[in-house]
Design a protein around this ligand. Structure first.
Ligand code: KG4
Ligand code: ZN
Length: 350
C-alpha cells in the first residue's frame, strides 16, 4: 500500500510517500527557518500561510520523484497534533480534502509517535520493546515502547524541553534561531573542545540538574538562568568565553540526558535505546550515548540527521504502521479537527 504523509505542525512542511512493500519512495521538505529567523522564533500566523503555499507543490514533487500519480495513493496520513493549531489545520484540511476527492482512507497521526518511530525507517531497525528518548523543541521524555501505540511514560521534563533550553540559551549568547545547531557549532570553538578529555577543564561550571534525583525526570530551565548569571558576571563576554559557556551548557544537558537514558535501560531491564527529535541530531549527545551504551552492551539507534527534525517521512511511516495494524481500514468520514494539545500517553493500540 502507498501512503502519502503530511506534516505541518510547526515550521516545516513535509511530504512523503511510503510504500509498505518497498519502503520510503520519496520525501520533500520546506523549512521556514529563514522566514522566522527575523523574528527570533516561530510566528504562528506566518507559519500557517507558508504551509498553504508549500503543500501542493511539495505533493507534486514527491509524486514526480517516486514516479507515481494521485491515483496510486491508497491512504493519506497527516499530523493531527500536537502543534500550532493554524499550522495543523493546513495539513489536516489538505489531507482530508484530497482523501475525500480520491475516496481513500486517512490516518490521523500523533506528531510525537512520528518522531518515536522515525529510527525504524533506517536499516537494521530496532525491535520492540525499547526505551525511547524523545528530545525536541517541545518535549523531553523517556518512554518504554512495547509496540505501536503502546507507550509508557518513564520520565518527563518538569519545565523547559531540551531543545527549548538550547534555543533560549543560544538567544542569551546572541545566537540566531534555531538555537540548537548554532550553539553546538559555537561550542566547537571552545578551548575545552581542543584539550584532551582527561585534562579537560572548563573555565565555567554549570549545574547538572536532577542528575542524581533518583527518578527519570528532567529540568532544564535552571540551566538557562545559570547561563544568564554567568554571562552577566563576566561582561563583556569575548567570543572564546561565549564558546566556553556554550560547550559547558552542551556538556551539562548531554550528560544528564545520557545518565537518565542509562538509568531507564537499567530500570526497565531493556537493552535497546532509540533516540529521536531535533536534539537527537546533536553530535555531543550521540558521542556520549554511543560510549555509554557500548560500555553496557546495549544498542542505540537514531534516525538519519534529516529525520531527527520534523519531516513527512516519519508521518507517512507511522501512518503506514497504524494502517497495517488496522488491516487497511483508516478513517473515511472526512470530518476533521486538530489536536494542538495531545498527550502521547492517550494513544491506543490500533
Ligand atoms: O523535533 P524538532 O524539529 O521540532 C519539534 O517538534 O520541536 O526539534 C527542534 C529542536 C529545536 O529546539 C532545535 O534547536 C533543536 O531541536 N536542535 C538541536 C540540534 N538540531 C536541532 N539541538 C541541539 N543540537 C542540535 N544539533
Ligand atoms: Zn517535531
Amino acid at each position: 500500500m502507498l501512503i502519502l504523509g503530511v506534516e505541518s505542525s510547526c515550521d516545516e512542511t513535509g511530504l512523503a510517500l511510503y510504500d509498505t512493500e518497498h519502503g520510503l519512495l520519496a520525501h520533500a521538505l520546506h523549512s521556514q527557518v529563514e522566514m522566522h529567523a527575523e523574528y527570533g522564533g516561530v510566528v504562528p500566523e506566518l507559519a500557517s500561510r507558508d504551509h498553504i503555499r508549500r503543500v501542493l507543490p511539495l505533493t507534486e514533487r514527491v509524486l514526480n520523484d517516486a514516479n507515481k500519480t494521485l491515483q496510486d495513493i491508497d491512504a493519506i496520513a497527516y499530523t493531527q497534533g500536537p502543534g500550532l493549531s493554524g499550522a495543523l489545520l493546513v495539513g489536516t484540511s489538505f489531507a482530508e480534502s484530497l482523501a475525500f476527492s480520491l475516496q481513500i482512507p486517512t490516518i490521523n497521526v500523533h506528531h510525537l509517535e512520528g518522531h518515536l518511530l522515525a529510527p525504524l525507517l533506517e536499516d537494521n531497525p530496532p525491535a520492540f520493546p525499547f526505551v525511547a528518548l524523545l528530545v525536541s523543541g517541545g518535549h523531553s521524555q523517556l518512554m518504554r515502547v512495547d509496540g505501536i501505540g503502546e507507550y509508557t511514560l518513564l520520565g518527563d521534563t518538569l519545565d523547559d524541553a531540551a531543545g527549548e533550553a538550547f534555543d533560549k540559551t543560544a538567544k542569551l549568547l546572541g545566537l540566531g534561531y534555531p538555537g540548537g545547531p548554532a550553539l553546538a557549532k559555537l561550542a566547537e570553538h571552545s578551548h575545552s573542545n581542543h584539550t584532551h578529555s582527561t585534562e579537560r577543564k572548563s573555565p565555567f561550571k554549570l549545574p547538572r540538574p536532577l542528575l542524581n534525583s533518583g527518578d527519570l525526570n528532567f529540568s532544564f530551565s535552571g540551566l538557562k538562568t545559570a547561563v544568564l548569571t554567568l554571562s552577566n558576571k563576566h561582561q563583556p563576554l569575548d567570543e572564546i568565553s561565549k564558546a566556553d559557556i556554550a560547550w559547558e551548557f552542551q556538556e551539562a544537558v548531554t550528560e544528564v540526558l545520557t545518565a537518565k537514558c542509562m538509568n531507564a535501560l537499567r530500570e526497565t531491564g531493556l537493552d535497546n535505546l532509540v533516540v529521536s527529535g531535533g536534539v537527537g541530531a546533536n553530535a555531543k549527545l550521540r558521542e556520549k550515548l554511543n560510549a555509554a551504551t557500548k560500555r553496557k552492551l546495549c544498542k542505540v539507534s537514531y534516525p538519519r540527521l534529516a529525520f531527527c527534525t520534523d519531516n513527512g517521512a516519519m508521518i507517512a511511516f507511522a501512518g503506514a504502521m497504524r494502517l497495517k495494524a488496522m488491516h487497511g481500514k483508516g478513517n473515511q468520514s472526512y470530518g476533521f479537527s486538530v489536536r494542538p494539545r495531545w498527550d502521547l500517553a492517550e494513544l491506543q493500540k490500533p
